[in-house]
Design a protein around this ligand. Structure first.
Ligand code: UDP
Length: 458
C-alpha cells in the first residue's frame, strides 16, 4: 500500500494593504494551492471587505481555495488609507498580536511577507517561523534599496535619502544605469520629514533580506539578470498571472471587474484599441484628465479606458464624464475597473497607456502590448526607463512647459508607437521570453518549483 501523502505545511501570506501588493501575492498563493499547500491569506479588515464586496458584485465568482483571513489595520473607519506613511506606521502595532496568535493556533511554519511588511520578521524569529520575502517592485528597485548605504557613502544621497547629485547610478556592470532623478523616493514629492520616515524603512530592507530564507520577485531572469545578481537569495517567478477565467475574488481585487468590456473588445478590429489604465493609486488632476480624454478622442482610434471611482481629484465637474461617454459612444468605452490581464491578452488591443506600475509593466510585457508611458510617482519613472530605454517596448508621453501632456502629444505618440516596426518586433520578442520563462522548464517555472521545495522543508 502506498504511503499516505505527507501533509503540506501551512503558509501564511501577508501583503501590504494596497491593490498592487495584494494582487501579485494572491497570484502567487494560487500557484502554491496548485502545488497542494494550505494558504492563509491575510488582508486588513478594510481590504477584506472590499474584496468580498467585489466578489458579491460579480456573477460567477469562483471560490479561490485560499483561506481569507483579516485583521484590523490600526486606522479608524474613516482613516485616510491612501496616506501610505500613516497606514504603514500603524500596521505593526495593530497586526503583530493577531498574527502571533494565528501562527500559534494554526501551526504555521512559513510566512511569505511583502518586503513592505518585513517587520513581521521580528515575530517570526521568536515564533520559530521561516520567512520568505516577496518584492512587488522590479529587481532593479530592490537592488537600489539594498545599495542605499553605499549611495549615502558615495555622497549621491544625503543621510535623509535626498538626491544630492544628479548623475546616473551604475550598481553593477551588468545592470543598466539608473538616473538619480528616478530614485523612487526622490519622486515622492515628500517633505523632509516624510522622506526621513521612508528612509528609515528603506534602510531596514538590508537586515530584513539577510534574515529571510528567500526573496521572491515578480520578474524573470531574462529581463533583470544583472539586478537579480545583487539581491541575495532571489527567486524570480514572474510574470505572475491571475488564474485562468479569474474573477475579482480569485485575484483579490478591491473593485468589481467590468467584464462587459471583453465582449466589446471582441467586436473591435484586431490590433485597433488603445487601452488606458493607471492602476489603483494614481490620481489625475482635472487638467490632465480632460486632456487625456480629448487626446483619446483626437486620436480617432477606438479606446477602452479604466476610470476608477477615485481616479480624479474631484474637480472635473459633475456629469462631465457621462457627457464625454455619450460623445464618444461606439468609439470609446469607459469602465470603472477592467479585467486588465484579460484585456491585455485580447487581440483587439493595440497599445497600453499606462502609469508604469510594476504589475502593469509585467502584464503588458507578458502579453506583448507596446506602452505609452505616463508615470506619476515612486518606482514608475524607473519602470518607464526600462520600458523605453532598456527593453525598447514603448515611448514616453512628454509634458509641455505647463506640465501638461497635451491631446496632440497623445495623438502623435500613439501614431509614432503603432507605426514603429522595431518596437513591434521587440514587443513580440519579450512576450516570447516572458511566456517561455513561465512555461514548463522555463526559468520562472523552475524557480517556482525551487520555492515549493523550500516550503516543503519544515
Ligand atoms: N488593474 C486591474 N484593472 C484596472 C486597473 C488595474 O485589474 O482597471 C490591476 C492591474 O492588472 C495590476 C494592478 O491592478 O495588476 C495595478 O498594479 P500596478 O503595480 O500596475 O499599479 P499600482 O496600482 O500599484 O499603482
Amino acid at each position: 500500500m502506498a504511503a499516505p501523502p505527507s501533509p503540506q505545511p501551512r503558509v501564511m501570506v501577508l501583503p501590504f494593504p494596497a491593490q498592487g501588493h495584494v494582487m501579485p501575492l494572491m497570484e502567487l498563493s494560487h500557484r502554491l494551492v496548485d502545488h497542494g499547500f494550505e494558504v492563509d491569506f491575510v488582508n486588513t479588515d478594510f481590504n477584506h471587505d472590499r474584496v468580498l464586496k467585489a466578489m458579491a458584485a460579480e456573477t460567477g465568482a469562483t471560490a479561490t481555495g485560499i483561506h481569507m483571513v483579516s485583521f484590523p489595520d490600526g486606522m479608524g473607519p474613516d482613516g485616510d488609507r491612501t496616506n501610505i506613511a500613516m497606514l504603514s506606521n500603524g500596521l505593526p502595532a495593530a497586526m503583530l498580536g493577531p498574527l502571533e496568535e494565528m501562527i500559534r493556533s494554526k501551526k504555521i511554519k512559513w510566512v511569505i511577507a511583502d518586503v513592505a511588511m518585513s517587520w513581521v520578521l521580528e515575530l517570526a524569529v521568536t515564533a520559530g517561523v521561516r520567512v520568505g520575502l516577496f518584492s512587488t517592485f522590479s529587481a532593479a528597485i530592490l537592488a537600489l534599496r539594498l545599495h542605499v548605504p553605499k549611495l549615502i557613502e558615495d555622497g549621491i544621497l544625503d543621510e535623509c535619502g535626498a538626491v544630492t547629485r544628479n548623475e546616473t547610478i551604475q550598481l553593477s556592470s551588468k545592470m543598466p544605469p539608473i538616473d538619480a532623478a528616478e530614485i523612487p523616493w526622490a519622486r515622492m514629492g515628500s517633505s523632509p520629514d516624510r522622506l526621513r520616515v521612508f528612509m528609515k524603512k528603506v534602510l531596514k530592507t538590508n537586515p530584513a533580506i539577510s534574515l529571510a530564507a528567500t526573496v521572491i520577485c515578480n520578474t524573470f531572469e531574462e529581463i533583470e539578470s544583472g539586478a537579480l545578481d545583487l539581491v541575495p537569495n532571489a527567486l524570480p517567478v514572474g510574470p505572475l498571472e491571475a488564474p485562468l477565467a479569474s474573477s475579482s475574488s480569485a485575484a483579490g481585487q478591491f473593485w468589481p471587474e467590468d467584464a462587459t468590456c471583453l465582449a466589446w473588445l471582441d467586436a473591435q478590429t484586431r490590433g485597433s484599441v488603445i487601452y488606458v489604465a493607471f492602476g489603483s493609486f494614481t490620481v489625475l488632476n482635472a487638467a490632465h484628465f480632460k486632456e487625456l480624454a480629448d487626446g483619446l478622442e483626437l486620436s480617432g482610434r477606438s479606446f477602452l479606458w479604466a476610470v476608477r471611482p477615485n481616479f480624479t481629484d474631484g474637480v472635473v465637474g459633475e456629469g462631465w464624464l457621462d457627457a464625454f461617454q455619450r460623445r464618444v459612444e461606439g468609439k470609446g468605452l469607459v469602465v470603472g475597473w477592467a479585467p486588465q490581464q484579460r484585456v491585455l491578452a485580447h487581440p483587439s488591443v493595440a497599445c497600453f497607456v499606462s502609469h508604469c506600475g510594476w504589475n502593469s509593466t509585467m502584464e503588458g510585457l507578458r502579453h506583448g502590448v507596446p506602452f505609452l508611458c505616463w508615470p506619476y510617482f515612486a518606482d514608475q519613472f524607473c519602470n518607464q526607463s526600462y520600458v523605453c530605454n532598456v527593453w525598447g517596448t514603448g515611448v514616453k508621453l512628454l509634458a509641455d512647459e505647463r506640465g501638461v501632456v497635451t491631446k496632440e502629444e497623445i495623438k502623435n505618440k500613439v501614431e509614432q508607437l503603432l507605426s514603429d516596426k522595431k518596437i513591434k518586433a521587440r514587443v513580440a520578442m519579450w512576450k516570447q521570453a516572458a511566456c517561455a520563462s513561465i512555461a514548463d522548464g522555463g526559468s520562472s517555472h523552475v524557480n517556482l518549483l525551487k520555492l515549493v521545495n523550500l516550503l516543503r522543508k519544515q
